[in-house]
Ligand binder design. Structure first.
Ligand code: SIN
Length: 489
């Protein structure tokens, strides 16, 4: 597929890194493939360790300029970036669908979601402020100011190639920080297009850098350089732990949005149709490859059969296919290893006593890419691997449980704590159970928890820090206290 011919604005198709306002190549390169058909879309330059060092140096220089700009100037440039992102929605969505696989209309939804973080952060830039404080000494004055943390390294995932960049970059820039962004090797094209739009928006040189290449070479510079003061990461808990260890040496701040194992709880008083619709929406978003995807659908015994019947009807209607085909509801998984992993989880669940209601097999032969059938499984045990680890695929797995107390115990029996969902019409239950669930976000009768204005993040091994809303901007600031002695009035 020749992507440059598919874009309205072919200049968005970039295969080099963006460092200090220039497009920079490297000695090596890596292939970016379309998971829907395994065709190579681009060979992207790997800038290696030298490129990473150049980007950090540029960002340190860019920080000295950007931190001095007025918040209103930062708002203005961010709003220009927003306008350009919105204007180029179709092209950005095309890049996402080609390199990641999600259906084009869903990719457009991701651009709207991602643009929301730019819009919110642009306005938040002018709302960053300190406070005056009561202090003990007579005549003295105390106050706080909030200042940008400094150079931030952002390491972003492939499941939301645009939104996970804007959710970090926009608040960091609003606060006055500069950036070195490393997108996932599977999805650099969207990131580089966002860099091209940032260039057009007019961020000063060095403020915004995007580098591509081998994580083993780029990562140590991005985490180890003394110029870097913060690491923002979305991805697996395993890599998050590694980054946290690397950050510890320089006592760098971390904001980590890691893996999940979301319970989707359906109580006996729930609206079962709404709950089945909710599972289908949350489960099949990004083909089930989201860290807030319902991983364990826990249904109260008395309504389990009726609920599964409704869910079966929904899931049977979900069509997998190429994201550019308007009939497709879900695209492929990111690569063949992901298909193999999901299939192994399903097979193990079946040998452990679960029943496949719909799907349950790879569709690679039929569809010619890394596809897995939309799947519903019933009756597994909570000890199975499919209940303990993140499925990251289009498999809805239903479990049965007795009452509130047992359900809360099962839902919390995991090292993860990102998102949980609760379907009930009983307000007492809403309070008791949302307070009892050890998770950072709870969707009550609501299958989508993320938005530009609200805090996104987890507890336990699901991460540290919050993205979105005023909290997302605050993460990129340092609180400084100033005491002025003895001013007599
Ligand atoms: C993620 O899966 O990492 C993010 C999902 C979201 O923002 O809803």
């Amino acid at each position: 597929m020749d992507l440059s011919n598919r874009l309205n604005d072919p200049a968005l198709f970039k295969t080099q890194s963006y460092i200090n306002g220039e497009w920079v190549g490297g000695d090596a390169s890596f292939a970016v493939d379309n998971p829907a058909n395994r065709q190579t879309l681009a060979e992207v330059s790997d800038v290696g360790e030298a490129g990473a060092k150049a980007a950090v140096t540029a960002a340190a220089e860019g920080f000295r300029v950007w931190r001095k700009t007025s918040p209103f100037e930062r708002t203005r440039v961010l709003l220009k970036w927003l306008e350009l992102i919105q204007e180029h929605t179709d092209d950005l969505a095309t890049l996402i669908t080609a390199e990641m696989g999600k259906p084009w209309r869903e990719a457009k939804g991701e651009i709207a979601y991602g643009a929301g973080f730019v819009e919110w952060s642009a306005h938040e830039a002018a709302r960053i402020h300190g406070e005056t404080l009561p202090v003990p000494a007579p005549g003295a004055r105390g106050w706080t100011i909030r200042q940008p943390v400094g150079v931030v390294s952002c390491i972003t995932p492939w499941n939301f190639p645009a939104a996970m960049i804007t959710r970090k970059a926009a608040p960091a820039l609003a606060a006055g920080c500069s950036l070195v962004i490393k997108p996932a090797p599977e999805t650099p094209l969207t990131a580089l297009a966002l860099a091209e739009l940032a260039d057009r928006a007019g961020f000063p040189k060095g403020t915004f850098n995007v580098i591509c290449g081998d994580a083993a070479k780029l990562g140590p510079v991005m985490t180890g350089s003394p110029d870097v003061r913060m690491i923002g990461f979305t991805g697996s808990t395993e890599v998050g732990k590694l980054l946290m260890r690397q950050a510890a040496d320089g006592i760098k701040r971390v904001a980590l949005e890691l893996g999940g194992n979301a319970p989707f709880i359906v109580m006996d008083d729930a609206d079962l149709d709404a709950a089945a619709t909710g599972v289908a929406q949350a489960k099949f978003r990004s083909g089930g490859q989201t860290c807030v995807s319902p991983n364990r659908i826990i249904v109260q015994d008395s309504v389990a059969d009726a609920f599964i019947e409704r869910l079966e009807a929904k899931i049977s209607a979900v069509k997998a296919g190429d994201g550019f085909d308007t009939e497709s509801d879900i695209g492929p998984l990111i690569h063949d290893e992901a298909v193999e992993r999901v299939d192994a989880l399903v097979k193990q669940a079946v040998s452990g006593g679960a029943r496949i209601v719909v799907g349950g097999q790879p569709l690679a032969d039929e569809l010619g890419g890394s596809f897995y059938a939309p799947t519903l499984i019933d009756g597994g045990s909570f000890d199975l691997e499919i209940a303990r680890s993140e499925i990251f695929g289009p498999v809805a797995s239903v479990y049965r449980a007795k009452d509130e107390e047992q359900i809360l115990g099962l839902a919390n029996d995991t090292p993860y704590g990102l998102a949980a969902y609760l379907y009930t019409r009983d307000m007492g239950r809403v309070h008791r159970m949302s307070e009892g669930l050890d998770y950072g976000m709870i969707g009550v009768n609501a299958p989508m928890v993320g938005s530009a204005s609200t805090p996104f993040g987890g507890v336990k091994e699901s991460g540290i820090g919050r993205e979105g809303g005023k909290w997302g901007v605050e993460e990129f600031t340092e609180l400084k206290y100033v005491l002025l002695a003895g001013v007599n009035s």
